[in-house]
Ligand binder design. Structure first.
Ligand SMILES: [Zn+2]
Length: 173
């Protein structure tokens, strides 16, 4: 896929940047705002529902995500999950950085808390908080994990992870 309008490059599973713990954003610079806009575009272009900074080679704590039910887009700076439900649920997850031989994300079932509370700073510097459940809760957990160098495949059993990685290794570079 060719990205004509963006300088951002998607980093794929195996790239060490995806394993870094990202730094807190101290100042919301014009550069970060521009990158957030580009990330929203990239997420939409690739039919994703979330994208975190390290996926585009930036080790800072920000991400974009959408609520697929409402189409609402969130730009989150320094997001923190402050509460997780005891109740877990299993959903199929994929990641724009974990691609299979057909150049499409590889999906796998992952169990996570069903609902979470999250706090972040928005693009205007305003502190925000929300309780999320279902799909948005799933997405925000997956994306904040990226800021700590965690990928959804880390939650899979060794056997299941190997099934996913077999497909990933067939991805044409
Ligand atoms: Zn991901």
């Amino acid at each position: 896929m060719v990205m004509m309008m963006s300088n951002l490059e998607m980093k794929l599973c195996g790239d060490l940047v995806l394993r870094e713990k990202c730094d807190v954003v101290e100042n919301i610079t014009p550069d970060i705002l521009h990158t957030l806009d580009e990330m929203v575009q990239m997420m939409r272009d690739q039919n994703g529902v979330g994208l975190a900074a390290p996926q585009v080679n930036i080790t800072k704590r920000f991400l974009v995500m959408m609520n697929p039910d409402t189409d609402e887009v969130f730009k989150m700076i320094n997001p923190v999950i402050t509460k997780k439900s005891d109740k877990l649920c299993t959903m199929e997850e994929g990641c724009l950085s974990v691609l299979g031989p057909d150049d499409l994300p590889v999906f796998a079932d992952v169990s996570r808390p069903e609902s979470v509370e999250v706090e972040w700073t928005d693009e205007n510097g305003k502190p925000m908080a929300a309780k999320m459940s279902g799909l948005p809760a799933r997405i925000v957990q997956h994306e904040t994990d990226h800021l700590d160098g965690v990928l959804f495949i880390d939650y899979l059993s060794p056997v299941h992870r190997e099934m996913v990685m077999r497909k990933v290794r067939k991805h044409k570079k």
